[in-house]
Every structure is written in structure tokens, then in C-alpha cells.
Design a protein around this ligand. Sequence first.
Ligand SMILES: NC(=O)c1ccc[n+]([C@@H]2O[C@H](COP(=O)([O-])OP(=O)(O)OC[C@H]3O[C@@H](n4cnc5c(N)ncnc54)[C@H](OP(=O)(O)O)[C@@H]3O)[C@@H](O)[C@H]2O)c1
Length: 317
Amino acid sequence: MDRTEVREVEEPRPGPGEVTIDVAYAGINFLDVMARRGDAGYVGAWPYAPGLEVSGAVREIGPDVTGLAVGQRVAAFTAGGGLGDVVRVRAEFVVPVPDKVPSPVAAAAPLMLTTALLLLEDAARFRPGETVLMHSASGGVGSAVAQLVPALGGGLRIGTVGRPDKVASALKSGYDVAVPRSEDLTEAVRAATGGAGVDIVLDPLGTTMLETDLGVTAPGGRIVLFGNAGGGDQAALPPAGRLIGGNLAISGFSISRLWATAPHRAAAGLRRVLDLIAEGRLDIAITEVGSLADVPAVHQLLAEGRGDGKYVAHLQG
Ligand SMILES: NC(=O)c1ccc[n+]([C@@H]2O[C@H](COP(=O)([O-])OP(=O)(O)OC[C@H]3O[C@@H](n4cnc5c(N)ncnc54)[C@H](OP(=O)(O)O)[C@@H]3O)[C@@H](O)[C@H]2O)c1
């Protein structure tokens, strides 16, 4: 925390295919904590400018950009630097915000909410009525998944948390069952599903829970690995025969790599979550952080696993 500082920097200007945005709100994410911690693959160069998702107004438009106007209210994935008054982004990372979506909630959409939606719909191919097991259920992505399952047709939601005192938070987010990982998870999942097991596991814990995941997933089930919260080495995946014999799939998901390599797919997900909010089908609770100066303390809270839901920093407007 004491190595984080708020700095005056030169105002970014848009190049070809880019825009700048006057940032109103910026989402605070665990991915910035992993970068700050020095996890491999999360920082290209130091100093690192955190802030991966924002809402705000288009400030300036670079050459070769169509479909956006100065002053337009937008949400954007930023690939860094979002925790600043002005951020420069690729135009394909920017999506207009419908009138009915409040700006603080829009700031949680490009990374956190789009991740939750695409984990369920794209990576796990969620179908209405399916049972979802989510690890780290009380965090930002965890609470969004709890809200999205009913919006996508409903199904049993089972969440795991790292400490017993987080069970209440996971239940408040909407989980039907919440279990501390210190308990016998296999037994708890068996009890919650009448012995059937779960259809989908969403796992941001590297490979530390993979054996348990495989043991609690029903035939035809999908396990999606999408993080490495503990930051340690990751084990090899199980042999193909085990997946074939179990009728199981293991896949991976990364929202930042999706924005980088298939921005149209990420943007379609972002548009869809903004529409779900505008239609009143998705109600996301946000904790607003008053200023940039307060952000390092929130990063520290997340680093210690003490976060509760989603945090968004208020910058201006
Ligand atoms: N692949 C992607 O596209 C993508 C996108 C967004 C987020 N993510 C990942 O999804 C997870 C949730 O992200 P978020 O932004 O919602 O974060 P968050 O609200 O801060 O939640 C992170 C949670 O990770 C768990 N955790 C496990 N080991 C930890 C450790 N060593 N240190 C700190 N926390 C630890 C904690 O919950 P418990 O103790 O209850 O488990 C913590 O509450 C993170 O792992 C993040 O990297 C991946």
C-alpha cells in the first residue's frame, strides 16, 4: 500500500483509433491487486497505473474513430490507467451507457459484470435451471454471478468463501447455499444438490480447488478456471481420460485477453449487461469510494481477502 501514490501526469491525447474519456467513476478490481503484488503476467512495465474499467464522458476523439461523440456518456475497458481524471482507450473498448444505468454501476460493467456474464453464458454455456458453484462468492465477480443467474433463467447457486465470517455476505448477495472452504465441500455440495452434483463450477483459485471441482461436478458439467487469487504455481490439468470418462469439460476465461484479442465479443457482453441493468433485470450493489486517495486502502482490503462486494471510486462529476 505504501508504494502506491497519486501523481500529476501529462494529459493523455488520443491517437488513431483511440478516444480519451473524462472519468467519472472507476471500478476497483482484484486484478490490480495482483499487479501491485507483482504476480507474473499482470504488469508490462513499472510504474503501473491501475484502473481497468471506467464510466465517464468522451473528452476527445482521435482520427479514424466513428460512432462516438464528444460528451457522450460511455463505459470502457481501459487496459490500465482508469484511476485517473482522463484515460486514453481504444475506441472498440468503449460502449455507450443507456440513460437508465447510473454511472457508478456502469463503471463496474466493462470488467467485473462482463466477466460474470461471459463466464456464465459463453465459457460455461449456462442453461436455465442449472446448478452453479462459485468460489470466492462474496467478492465483486462472486456477487455479480449470484445476481446474474436468476436474470438468465434461474438455477441453484452455491457459493464458497475463504472464511466462515464471509458466509453471511455470500447469502446476502443471493447465494442459496454458502459454505466456508474449511468445511467438507464435497459433502456440502452433495447435500445441497441431493447427491447430483453441480453443472457448472466457476473457479478463480488457480488449480488449488481443481480436485474438489472434479469431484463435485455432475456428468456433462463444465469447470471454468478464470484466475489465480493466491498467486502460486498452477498444477497440470488432469489427463484426458479422466475428462472423457467423467463427461467433464475444463476451460479457461480471461476478460482482459478477450478485450485484447476479440474486442467485439467483449463489447457485445458489455452492451448486454448494460441493457440488463437498464431493463431492471440486474440489480448490482456498489460501494462508492470517495476519492483517489482512498483507493490504496481498498486495494489493501482486497489483498487481505477482506473485501465485501464491488468497490467503485468516484473521480469527478
Ligand atoms: N479471468 C478474468 O477475466 C477475471 C476477471 C475478473 C476477476 N477475475 C478473478 O476473479 C476473482 C474475483 O475478482 P474480484 O475483482 O471480484 O475480487 P474480490 O472482490 O477482491 O475477490 C477476491 C477474493 O479472492 C479470494 N482469495 C483467495 N485467495 C486469496 C488471496 N491469497 N488473497 C486475497 N484474496 C484471495 C478472497 O475470497 P475468499 O477468501 O472468500 O475465496 C477474495 O475476497 C479474482 O481472483 C480475480 O483475479 C478474473
